[in-house]
Design a protein around this ligand. Structure first.
Ligand code: ATP
Length: 235
């Protein structure tokens, strides 16, 4: 579904990604783990066109999208939930969800998808009229994911959904991410510092250090890998 081939990305003169190669098959949950500043967010931003690779290729469903504009990439079915959530704080929960569907005009489908989001996240149904900014951190993360789902993505990019949230809330959100993948077949690219949980819900994973992919395997094998245990699982 998605492939990065020898991707190099920069911020001005600073190189953030070095020859990154990775692939994602349809229906997979792929986990990308790594320390602060390793280049995880840059990888996601390179996929969705916010950062353009200086060399290498990003290929999505057999089509090169390396130099496509972000709005064109969203229209192709790739949707990102950015780090820090970035919901619209003054809009209500319901209006935030409507914003997620701004490129659609199938009214009945939109209505059905809003109901689906409310089934997935019942707390959002309870708070549908409240401003997004009044929600707790965990609820805002749920709203950010639900808003992304309203665009009917084929590939959902999640940037550190666990950031700043209590462990119980994180577990709840990861369970729902797994449910979204199982129920709708949405392919998920999950970037996380919480390696333990992310590797538990992922099918395959990549480990990134200093802008490079240094290890890749099934998540089961990565969880058992001694270097991963030492560096990322605190074992
Ligand atoms: P974190 O978990 O802290 O978000 P990360 O693995 O997502 O880390 P990136 O945010 O992709 O890492 O950062 C990769 C490198 O690029 C780092 O050295 C970072 O300082 C640098 N970087 C990120 N954003 C910018 C920017 N806007 N301008 C310049 N350098 C940047």
């Amino acid at each position: 579904m998605l492939e990065l081939r020898n991707v190099n990305s920069f911020y001005g003169n600073i190189q953030a990604l070095y020859d990154v190669n990775l692939y994602i098959d349809p229906g997979e949950i792929i986990t990308l783990i790594g320390a602060n500043g390793a280049g995880k967010s840059t990888t996601l931003m390179t996929v969705c066109g916010v950062v353009q690779a200086r060399s290498g290729q990003v290929v999505y469903q057999e089509e090169e999208i390396t130099r496509e504009a972000p709005n064109k990439i969203v229209a192709k079915g790739i949707c990102q939930v950015p780090e820090g959530r970035l919901i619209f704080p003054e809009l209500s929960v319901r209006e935030n969800l409507d914003m997620g569907a701004f490129m659609r005009n199938d009214k009945d489908g939109i209505k059905r998808d809003i109901e689906y989001c409310f089934d997935l996240f019942p707390i959002l149904a309870q708070r549908r009229r409240q401003p997004g900014g009044n929600l707790s951190g965990g609820e805002q993360q749920m709203l950010a994911i639900a808003r992304a789902l309203m665009a009917r993505p084929r590939l959902l990019l999640l940037d550190e959904p666990s950031m700043g949230l209590a462990p119980l809330v994180v577990r709840q959100i990861f369970d729902i991410v797994q449910k979204i993948n199982k129920e709708s077949g949405t392919t998920i690219f999950l970037v996380e510092q919480n390696a333990n949980l992310a590797l538990k819900i992922g099918h395959r994973g990549y480990v990134m250090e200093n802008g490079r992919i240094v290890l890749t395997d099934t998540c089961d094998k990565l969880l058992a890998d001694e270097s991963v245990k030492r560096a990322y699982l605190g074992l």
